[in-house]
Design a binder for this molecule. Structure first.
Ligand SMILES: Nc1ncnc2c1ncn2[C@@H]1O[C@H](COP(=O)(O)OP(=O)(O)OP(=O)(O)O)[C@@H](O)[C@H]1O
Length: 397
């Protein structure tokens, strides 16, 4: 086997995202990777949790990879895909037995499905958590991530079957994603014109008894913070969607700002602090206040993406054909520094593909060609580190 590229799992953010991007790229490009100290910066000893292992196993199977170390709590894996992908049903089910984030599993496998699948649409149903702290919720994915991916030509539709929570006693949920694989390279994209904020959507989940209180709190905050939220004089659209969370300890709020150029910036929070009887008012006001303030800080930087989306787009920028730009905004005259997650994503794509990100959030992608799972253009050859010693198909065209 060709010597795998080594990635040290404690680098920068040192969490699960490093692993997801690495195995996503490896399964597509067939570049073998070896990760040590997986999630080495996480408390509790790090290693693969069920959610990570699910992605490793699924991608390993789909890309016909030789795996070593793929077990729960494992801190080291080698992932070496076969040149030929395995035929996979276009209707698949990924079952997690814990409320591990459904959307982190999707984050790991989506590039592979988009870039190397059949000509048929793919339907993937994932079981696990739809609302899990420190991960994209089902709502964030369907209201922010997927609409932004659709702007650049990647069609993914989501359908929620049931909620799965990591709070208020764990519960499993499920969602289906209908993914239309790309049939050609992803063209370079530019998210660099923010436009004005013209509407805000709130998605609130809480016990039914709290609905009117929550709506009122949102209304008060929208009028109090109107100037900070909307930068034009036109009549802004505000929409509030409420859903019964069916549990007195499950509270979640997502706010999404849409701009005149169709950009979506989102911020959310799953209330996971202590719950004490009689503290509902406090929970609702702190939830609304926090999410509103977070959204305003995303709006204020004037960029086209929120801090979370920025790291989630890195893999697509790296695989696209040509120079893609994602404007992360400016604060006090200086470009907003990429989050540690974004820096980690930049590091991984540089280690595996040799793609270099510029300070302005741009990079020259490798023009990965879907369905073939191999490297094609001269530009790719030039970019991919160690290409000469790697045993992968290179189409001279
Ligand atoms: N509130 C949020 N909204 C949208 N995306 C989020 C949110 N919180 C985190 N994310 C995204 O989820 C991912 C989290 O990666 P991270 O490595 O921290 O997760 P993980 O696999 O759970 O690993 P670990 O348990 O090691 O932290 C990142 O892509 C980040 O942008």
């Amino acid at each position: 086997m060709t010597k795998p590229i080594h990635l040290e799992g404690t680098t920068l953010e040192g969490g699960g995202q490093l692993l997801r991007i690495a195995i996503g790229l490896s399964s597509l490009t067939k570049i073998p990777i070896h990760i040590t100290n997986i999630r080495g910066k996480r408390s509790g000893g790090g290693g693969l949790k069920a959610q990570h292992l699910t992605s490793v196993q699924w991608l390993g199977k789909a890309s016909n990879a030789k795996l070593s170390g793929a077990g729960l709590k494992s801190k080291e894996i080698t992932f070496a895909p076969h040149k030929k992908n395995r035929e996979y049903p276009t209707n698949a089910h990924i079952s997690q037995s814990t409320p591990g984030s459904i959307n982190l599993v999707l984050q790991a496998i989506l590039p592979y499905i988009l870039f190397s699948w059949t000509e048929e649409p793919v339907r993937i149903c994932i079981t696990g958590g739809t609302n899990v702290s420190n991960s994209p919720s089902y709502d964030y994915a369907s209201e922010v991530l997927l609409p932004m991916l659709s702007k650049i030509g990647m069609a993914v539709e989501s359908q929620l079957h049931s909620r799965g929570w990591s709070t208020g006693s764990a519960r499993l949920g499920s969602a289906t994603y209908n993914i239309t694989p790309l049939q050609a390279s992803l063209p370079a994209f530019r998210f660099d014109e923010r436009g004005d904020i013209h509407s805000i959507k709130a998605i609130a989940l809480a016990p039914k008894a709290c609905e009117s209180h929550l709506r009122k709190e949102l209304q008060v905050m929208f009028s109090k913070r109107r100037e900070a939220l909307f930068d034009t004089n036109h009549n802004p659209e505000i929409e509030v969607e409420f859903e019964d969370s069916h549990h007195d300890k499950r509270f979640y709020l997502l706010l999404v700002a849409t701009t005149t150029t169709g950009m979506k910036l989102g911020r959310d929070w799953l209330y996971d602090h202590g719950f004490r009887a009689g503290k509902i008012d406090y929970i609702i006001s702190s939830l609304v206040k926090k999410v509103m303030n977070d959204l305003i800080s995303e709006i204020e930087h004037g960029g086209c993406v929120d801090g979370y989306l920025r790291d989630q787009l890195v893999i697509y920028q790296a695989l696209a054909k040509g120079k893609s730009v994602v404007d992360g905004g400016c604060k006090k005259g200086e470009l907003v520094r990429p989050s540690l997650h974004t820096q980690t994503a930049h590091w991984v794509v540089n280690e595996v593909l040799g793609v270099q990100f510029e300070e302005d959030g741009s990079c020259e992608g490798i023009a990965f060609v879907p369905s073939k799972g191999r490297l094609t253009s001269g530009r790719e050859k030039e970019l991919v580190k160690g290409i000469k010693k790697l045993d992968i198909d290179v189409d001279e065209g």
